[in-house]
Design a protein around this ligand. Structure first.
Ligand code: AMP
Ligand code: MG
Length: 411
């Protein structure tokens, strides 16, 4: 055992053993949430031609420079029409719709609300300066410009931008494939009544769901029991078929806690088994396992500890593998709505809290029972409050919270 370590020390040790995965090319439709491995240069300008930003009349600004003027309507252009067929000369206007290409000769658009049309003529009621209501070519993106740098995380608007440029494929870091293995002879496989002493597996479904939510590719590798030989076989295979592996259970000091032993066998010198100065989530094992040095995260068995330990160690490491630069959840300050007392024990306490905006700004209140087996309070929480070693905080004091769900901050 390597002794008691801080969360930060254990996390940096884990991160130093992980590398971004090799870049791949994917279809744009599959790139949401992935990180660019190369800069993306635009091959086209957006917009690619001058067009109207309003429904109205395309005209020559010089014709209306002195104020209201009557112009002869010589044609119309709908969005998508080829503008080659019409041109605007002195004293003329063309009826034009939003997105339609500006006809030759025109240099401005008067919005329809400021016009009156009758019998082939239109009264332009106000002066319109050159360039008014015209979207210039390249106004959003110029051809040859760097649109996104390497390391950019692709959200829905990025996908839209790339689609507007006609990009079909992008070079990105792939979504890590992450296997999840449960251990524990007490787990029943499948549904049906529980035999005496048995429990249902909540860690594997919970972790698989968490991985999916976080944008990784979850792989359900089933259950491996507590027999060291079978565990070694299962974890060896998992490390071969996946980019990373999560296990739950078997890393504490019980007589059947063999995950840490097996990880030491598989990972050799580099394997770690820590007692982390945190609650929940104290025991944690980690190794990189041949043949591909896949990181294996030996998460604790208690359901809350498994998910919290994942947050502290696995999620940042998996984000690093996925090419992200920002690895951490946002940390915000909130007001404790009630006393949050604790005993000094040399550990950081993470309290499951519900954080909402309220009269005092962000307000945090414990979301239920704080035992590491009480998963319901984690379901009711959208953040973890950080209570440093000591005796806690009083109502009204500020605390730092790790936000797990930003959407949940509104009341
Ligand atoms: P362990 O560290 O293996 O002794 O597990 C600690 C606690 O977590 C025990 O109460 C286990 O029964 C429980 N546990 C382990 N794995 C799971 C699981 N997959 N789902 C629910 N509880 C579990
Ligand atoms: Mg166990």
């Amino acid at each position: 055992m390597s002794g008691l370590v801080t969360v930060e020390a254990a996390r940096s040790s884990v991160l130093s053993s992980c590398r971004p995965l090799g870049a791949v090319q994917v279809r744009l439709a599959d790139a949401l949430g992935l990180v660019t491995a190369r800069a993306i240069i635009s091959g086209e300008a957006v917009p690619s031609f001058a067009n109207s930003s309003m429904d109205g009349y395309a005209l020559r600004a010089a014709d209306v420079a002195a104020g209201p003027a009557r112009l002869r309507v010589v044609g119309q252009l709908m969005a998508g029409d080829d503008p080659g067929a019409v041109a605007v000369r002195d004293g003329e206007a063309v009826r034009i719709m939003t997105g339609a290409a500006l006809p030759d000769g025109a240099d401005a658009v008067c919005m329809v609300e400021h016009t009156r049309a009758k019998d082939g003529w239109v009264l332009i009621e106000e002066a319109v300066g050159p360039g008014t209501n015209v979207r210039r070519p390249g106004e959003d993106i110029a051809a040859g410009e760097e649109v996104f740098a390497a390391g950019e995380s692709l959200g829905p608007a990025h996908i839209g931008v790339l689609a507007s440029l006609g990009v079909a494929q992008v070079h990105v870091f792939p979504r890590p494939r992450v296997g999840v293995v449960s251990t524990g002879d007490e787990l029943v496989v499948g549904l049906g009544p529980l035999a005496p002493g048995k429990i249902r597996d909540s860690n594997r479904p919970g972790l698989l769901a968490r991985l999916r939510t976080d944008g990784f590719q979850p792989v359900d590798l089933g259950w491996a029991g507590d027999e060291p030989g079978a565990l070694a076989h299962a974890l060896g295979q998992a490390a071969e078929s996946c980019d990373a592996v999560l296990t739950s259970g078997g890393v504490s000091v019980g007589d059947r806690d063999f995950v840490k032993v097996v990880l030491e066998e598989l990972g050799g010198q580099q394997a770690r088994w820590w007692q982390v100065a945190v609650r929940p989530g104290k025991p944690f094992a980690f190794a990189t396992v041949p043949p591909r040095s896949a990181p294996v995260f030996g998460l604790p068995g208690n359901p809350v500890s498994a998910l919290v330990s994942y947050e502290m160690f696995a999620r940042p490491a998996l984000r690093l593998m996925a090419g992200h630069h920002s690895l951490e959840r946002p940390r915000l300050l909130a007001v404790a709505v009630s006393d949050m007392r604790r005993q000094p024990d040399g550990r950081l306490h993470l309290v499951r809290v519900s954080v909402k905006t309220g009269p005092r700004g962000l307000e945090a209140r414990p979301s239920g029972g704080q035992g590491s087996h009480q998963l319901r309070a984690l379901a009711a929480a959208n953040a973890l409050a950080l209570l440093p070693d000591g005796d806690g905080v009083a109502a009204g004091e500020k605390i730092e919270v790790w936000v797990l769900d930003l959407d949940g901050l509104t009341p």
